[in-house]
Design a protein. Sequence first.
Length: 126
Amino acid sequence: MSQTVWPSSQPSGGSSRVDRRETVRQRYRQAASCFILPSYERFWAWAQDISVAGIGIIGNRRLEPGTLVVIQLKNAALPLLTLSARVAHCTAYPNNNWWVGCEFHHRLPQETLDALVGGNRSEPPL
């Protein structure tokens, strides 16, 4: 069974955008299946960090800020997790890749974040 988090009318921080420095980002190295909305064009990326408010991914797709994406993550602790997000920034990265920062439409529950990062909790926050 998968868990799906879909867009809402407000970003994860409520009525105003959440500053990424207001949340603790955790290292999270995992393959991510991503879809660009509304076409559902699929691409693969590597998740690099995650917080209750958003995720950083590296992939070979340049995405404009404001683009809506669906990101699917899976690990041994959780079923398939489907997250809806909006691209906050996209920065050139080595080897023709792009570092894409995404803001979740709904904050990720702390328990879900803890299950995702699992054994990496001993690493310091970024």
